[in-house]
Design a protein around this ligand. Structure first.
Ligand code: SAH
Length: 455
């Protein structure tokens, strides 16, 4: 963010990311995350959520194979960026002030005279309650609720409230239940464990206090334990469990509606920056082009990022005609206040050329933003129609090795948007469980899917 103010002094936002569903981020948090220079994010914040933002991202959690930050080191990291005059988002799971150490972090900021603000998030208890259809309070059943922690085990408290919600119970469910029973709650008290609340892999276990104490010890993570009579209103077939969980590989999910589906985005593509010097050079001559052709959504996104980085904006495109291929690209374009002169909807990448030919694209000077995998046949066919074509590589594709593992057991359908997504998916998963329905964007993708997965 290049306001004169932030160039002089840093500014820190302590932000709650919500319990998991990326759409449970507040409008305010999303706006700020789009603007900041640096995002430091925690374990419980999914990469699907942070991937939408272009800031420098630093993971401060404890995932396998990554550098482990202690709280002091995190504080230092926040201070370091703030002192460089940057705007910093400290992004935490749920709400920063509910078992989130937000209090400790602002203490450090206060001491060091760094300006900050706090943006609340939906805490796990509220996410779990809504997505499992267990109200935390209910007239005549429960008129008080307490948020407690199951860690450390020797400090478990049992407050006198109708509904109790325990955080951090991964390995201490039994200890919590023992403590609750000791406090006088009957064996028949209803209990629920909500694991991965609000995520595609949400799982709910219910029973009575007595039954769950008999059960073998298990580790549930991340999970909440809810105790109280309001759980008797729980139904297995709730609004969230009824939705189809669709794994979207690639960017475009517009064919699925959110009323019936939960979209799990698994990009299968790692997108990296391209050579900035080459891009800058091409953009210097932007006004010499007569046609700008966006083959997909990412090409739009990265083109505008590069355009703004080179201190230009849409006014520099005024003389150029703009064509897009695919609905996702034309929608993305509208985010930048631009309507395509022509939105083509080809059935396959080969069909794009036919459409361009039909529209009489000839004698143009074409800029073709895209990935480093230039579509050579498109370029040569456009040239054959007497056009001058400059492919502009803005990003690189690679296999996306997800840090968080994906659990196919919870997936009902997989949608492949391109052959390269099928191949990349194939490198991570060698087979697809038969209960999963597979759909593909067009015949070319279908063929690739059959080649790799159907024997
Ligand atoms: N600040 C967070 C809590 C951090 S403590 C908040 O407001 O939600 C970490 C604990 O939060 C986990 O051990 C687990 O008990 C709970 N938690 C966080 N996300 C969760 C989720 N999606 N499902 C169930 N529990 C979750």
């Amino acid at each position: 963010m290049e306001t004169p103010d932030s160039q002089k002094k840093g500014y820190v936002y302590i932000i709650g990311a919500g319990p998991g569903d990326p759409e449970l981020l507040t409008v305010k948090a999303a706006r700020v995350l789009h603007d900041v220079d640096v995002i430091l994010y925690d374990d419980l914040v999914s990469s699907e959520l942070v991937d939408q933002f272009s800031a420098l991202k630093i993971y401060t959690g404890k995932r396998k194979d990554s550098h482990h930050f202690e709280q002091d080191a995190i504080n230092e990291e926040i201070l370091r960026h703030a002192r460089e005059g940057k705007s910093v988002a400290r992004l935490k799971g749920g709400d920063p002030f509910v078992f989130g150490r937000g209090g400790e972090e602002i203490e450090v900021l206060r001491k060091n005279g760094i300006r900050y603000e706090i943006i609340p998030g939906i805490t796990a208890a509220h996410g779990a309650s809504a997505y499992s259809e267990i109200p935390l309070t209910m007239r005549k059943v429960s008129s008080s609720v307490a948020f407690c922690t199951g860690h450390p085990v020797n400090k478990i408290q049992v407050p006198d409230a109708d509904t109790l919600v325990y955080y951090m119970v991964a390995s201490s469910v039994h200890e919590v239940l023992d403590a609750v029973e000791k406090k006088g709650r009957s064996e028949s008290t209803k209990v629920a464990i909500v694991q991965n609340a609000t995520r595609y892999n949400q799982k709910i276990f219910t029973g009575t206090l007595g039954e769950l104490r008999q059960r073998e010890k298990a580790v549930y993570s991340p999970a909440l334990l809810i105790i109280g009579d309001n759980i008797s209103h729980f139904i297995e077939d709730n609004w969230f469990s009824r939705k189809r969980k669709v794994l979207i590989t690639g960017g475009d999910s517009s064919r699925y509606n959110s009323e019936e589906h939960v979209m799990v985005h698994f990009p299968c593509k790692r997108v990296e920056g391209a050579d900035r010097e080459i891009v800058r050079h091409a953009l210097e001559e932007i006004e010499s082009y007569t046609l700008l052709l966006f083959p997909n959504k990412l090409s739009v996104k990265y083109f505008f990022q590069a355009l703004f980085d080179s201190r230009k904006d849409v006014r520099h495109l005024a003389k150029c005609r703009i064509y897009t291929s695919g609905k996702a690209a034309s929608l993305e374009l509208q985010n930048y206040g631009v309507k395509a002169d022509l939105s083509l909807e080809p059935e396959s990448s080969g069909a794009l050329m036919t459409l361009l030919q039909q529209k009489g694209v000839t004698n143009q000077h074409i800029l073709l933003p895209g990935s480093t995998l230039v579509d050579d046949s498109l370029v040569s066919e456009l040239k054959a129609l007497n056009n001058r074509v400059t492919p502009l590589s803005l990003y690189t594709h690679g296999v996306n090795v997800q840090e968080e593992s994906l659990d196919l057991d919870f997936i009902d359908e997989i949608y492949f948007s391109s052959p390269s997504c099928v191949r990349n998916f194939g490198q991570l998963f060698h087979s697809i469980p038969p209960k999963i329905v597979v759909t593909t964007a067009h015949q070319g993708v279908e063929a690739e899917y059959r080649k790799l997965f159907v024997h």
